[in-house]
Design a protein around this ligand. Structure first.
Ligand code: BGC
Length: 757
């Protein structure tokens, strides 16, 4: 009897363990079950991402949602609308919840500096703070997905979208992308504050020919894998659950039609198993690209290449079911894409709690209440983003009892300081430089202000800028009158701080330029101010490297402040008055002139390096311009001075080994400051030419006056790897140079040898 009971118990426990499912099995069963109940049309619905607007009114969208024809919504941040949409989704036949996406590029309600500025902090915790706060605000605002980070490497400042990226360098961009993904998505997507990231734009959008928006790209596979694809891979390795495809063609095949890119590289080589989202309208554009004959053909091409979700879909619903009927696309292909979407929704916890981020009672004014904004974090990141480019005779920092003339078309512009892609922010809550400076000094009467000049004399530029309501101000007064007023104001002051550069709309999507100089109106203004004999601080607000050799000569001091976001004006005041000692470093080289573009530090050597003899004849050079940029990658001054020297733990490395770099840093000035120690590597001889220098790491150190400190960095064997002549990712034995310093031009060099064995 006893034996029988034991046997029964064993069988019971054993069969129980057969039935109990792991969470993964549970998910699979759930999704299989759901898929088996769905019609083709409903499956296609999950592949559609829709935004309300134009002909697609809210009521039409609601009907489509209820019919199971929409999988996700983007571009809405009105909570009651989002809640209503979710309610309707739950009334659809399969009750599949929606997800809600938005472009959260550099902040959501609190706007942080533009991404190029965030990269200028070279500060991982500052970058992390932006991502964390953005996710926090977005998720408490109904959203669960974002179209960020944008990690396109940008080496051509003619392209307006350089403002959205993190600059020219694969390592720095990868670090920023990785941090964005980790801090936005968090450990688990079910975390209430987790925001699903979409790394974009895969791939090479930043390499458009001539910097002209939406143009083609053409690049060797080696350069792609070695440099341009690295940041997307880093974001995917960090766990990004979505990828957005770029609008451009890659080696003759539009990315949205590029099976090699979207399937062979992304899925087969990199094992990405999240969702692939097209960019806005990209599927329609395949017809213009000349790789699809009509809308139906475009759908076929996109699906076959590897697109899962159609952003702002026009055609999937119209043509996909028919293409399946006709056997052009198999139901399996649709199932695979649909399964990925359902898996994402499952992992987000939407099936359990479709209202996880929704609060229909949250009204817009509450969202902008001062206690909900993250002003302190925004101010701190903003001041870390500022780059000091020149400071003759320690003109800066200014003292708080000076009489200051604040002049220029950008000095008091609330809209511009937010930068582009700040759609959910509010300009009226932003602090302008004029406001920040007035607030910082002893008595606001010390500050006098003049508009000075329009950003440009060309009214057509303003028409262009204001096409989509970007609101750049054009002052109708005669230019001479404005100039005269600013000269008068300058003469009455101890120092002039002039705010020049670009309107935020000039550094945006669809804002390519061929001329990167300041507009004539601004040049005239600077000249007139300089002629007063007063010291002039040129404070730049812009979203890309500009060509500024003339202004550099004219300036007594020069600050790059980019577009700094909601707290920008306060951050600028912090730096101007030395409450924060500037520590930013440029993430992109600033060309001398447009003809040098692309100019970037990690170029290859040539057979005839730039010589110093014979005026450089028969060496790689221009006879009318230096090769070097005006400001190199990694450059940025401080109110104090630092020295850096370093040592290697060994002058040899074995395969699989490592070398410790110890950098000694000393603050030899009289102010506390932060220095970013930059580590570069050069593989001197290899089977392919390697860059003259390549950033492999950076560390920050803050030192008091005359204090010494150390930072260590470990060069690991894997960091020596590259794509060799046979396109294998290997390290080759031989000599390596290590450079350590405060920017990419450092000549501080040590050498080691990688041994065979
Ligand atoms: C941009 C994307 C963006 C999308 C949605 C497109 O025009 O290229 O970067 O995410 O719009 O707003």
């Amino acid at each position: 009897m006893m034996k029988k009971i034991v046997l029964f118990l064993v069988l019971f426990i054993f069969s129980g363990s057969l039935i109990a499912q792991t969470p993964d099995e549970e998910k699979k069963v759930f999704i299989d079950n759901l898929l088996s109940k769905m019609t083709i049309k409903e499956k296609v619905g999950q592949l559609r991402l829709i935004s309300v607007g134009g002909e697609l009114t809210l009521s039409k969208v609601l009907d489509q949602i209820e019919a199971g024809e929409i999988g996700g919504i983007f571009n809405t941040v009105v909570e009651p609308d989002l809640s209503q949409m979710q309610e309707r989704a739950l009334q659809s036949r399969n009750q599949i919840p929606l997800y809600f996406g938005f472009d959260i590029i550099h902040g959501h309600r609190t706007i942080f500096p533009i991404n190029l500025a965030i990269a200028s902090t070279w500060d991982r915790s500052a970058i992390g703070k932006v991502a964390e706060v953005s996710a926090d605000e977005a998720t408490s605002d109904g959203l669960n997905m974002t179209w960020a980070p944008m990690v396109d490497i940008t080496r051509d400042p003619r392209w307006g979208r350089v403002s959205e990226g993190f600059g020219e360098d694969p390592y720095l961009v990868s670090e920023a992308g990785r941090i964005f993904v980790e801090k936005m998505q968090k450990q688990s997507l079910q975390d209430k504050k987790s925001l699903v990231t979409t790394v974009k734009h895969f791939a090479l959008y930043g390499a458009v020919e001539g910097g002209r928006e939406y143009n083609s790209t053409d690049m060797s596979e080696r350069k792609m894998f070695q440099e341009y694809l690295v940041p997307y891979k880093a974001a995917i390795d960090a766990g990004s659950r979505a990828v957005m495809v770029s609008l451009v063609s890659v080696n003759g095949i539009p990315a949205s039609a590029n099976r090699w890119l979207l399937t062979e590289v992304l899925r087969d080589k990199w094992h990405f198993d999240g969702v692939v989202v097209s960019d806005h309208g990209a599927i329609r554009e395949l017809i213009n690209h000349g790789v699809a004959s009509d809308p139906k053909d475009a759908v076929r091409v996109a699906i076959k290449a590897g697109i899962d979700i159609s952003m702002n879909d026009e055609y999937f619903l119209q043509f996909l079911p028919e293409l399946v009927d006709q056997g052009v696309i198999s139901e399996n292909e649709i199932d695979r894409a649909c399964r990925r979407v359902l898996k994402l929704k499952y992992d987000m916890g939407l099936f359990k709690n479709p209202y996880r981020n929704l609060d229909p009672n949250l009204d817009i004014d509450t969202m902008f209440a001062d206690n909900r904004l993250h002003r302190q974090e925004a101010r701190d990141v903003a001041r870390r983003s500022i780059v000091l480019l020149k400071n003759n005779d320690h003109l800066l920092p200014l003292t708080k009892d000076m009489k200051i003339a604040v002049i220029g078309p950008l000095a008091d512009s609330k809209r511009d300081i937010l930068g582009s892609w700040s759609g959910a922010g509010r300009a009226n809550l932003a602090v302008t430089p004029l406001e920040g400076i007035k607030d910082a000094v002893k008595d606001p009467k010390q500050i006098s202000y003049a508009f000075g000049a329009n950003l440009s004399d060309d009214p057509n530029l303003f028409k262009f800028l204001n096409l989509y309501g970007m609101s750049s101000k054009f002052d109708e007064r005669p230019a001479d009158e404005m100039l005269a007023q600013s000269v008068a104001v300058a003469k009455e002051s101890d120092v002039v701080v002039v705010f020049v550069g670009e309107a935020q709309g000039m550094a945006h999507e669809s804002s390519s330029r061929t001329d990167l100089a300041l507009q004539d109106s601004q040049k005239r203004l600077i000249k007139a101010l300089k002629a007063t004999g007063k010291p002039v601080v040129i404070t730049l607000m812009n979203g890309r490297p500009l060509t500024l050799p003339e202004e550099y000569d004219q300036a007594d001091a020069m600050l790059e402040t980019w577009f700094l976001g909601t707290e920008g004006g306060n951050a600028i005041a912090d730096v101007l008055f030395g409450d924060y000692n500037p520590s930013g470093k440029l993430p992109m080289s600033f060309p001398m002139n447009v003809g040098q573009i692309p100019v970037y530090y990690s170029h290859l050597n040539t057979g005839r390096p730039r010589g110093t003899q014979n005026m450089g004849k028969y060496t790689t050079s221009y006879f009318d311009s230096p090769n070097e940029p005006l400001f190199p990658f990694g450059f940025g001054l401080s109110y104090t001075d630092f020295t850096i020297d370093f040592a290697l733990s060994s002058d040899q490395m074995l395969p699989g080994g490592e070398i410790v770099v110890t950098a000694n840093v000393e603050n030899i000035g009289d102010k506390t400051g932060m220095q970013t120690v930059q580590f570069y590597l050069q593989d001197v001889t290899a089977s392919v030419s390697r860059p003259v220098k390549q950033l492999i790491g950076f560390e920050n150190i803050t030192l008091k006056p005359h204090e010494k400190g150390q930072v260590k960095f470990v060069i690991k064997y894997d960091m020596l790897k590259f794509w060799n002549d046979k396109m294998q990712y290997v390290a080759e034995p031989g000599k390596f140079n290590v450079y350590v310093g405060d920017d990419s031009t450092t000549k501080n060099k040590q050498t080691f040898t990688l041994l065979d064995k």
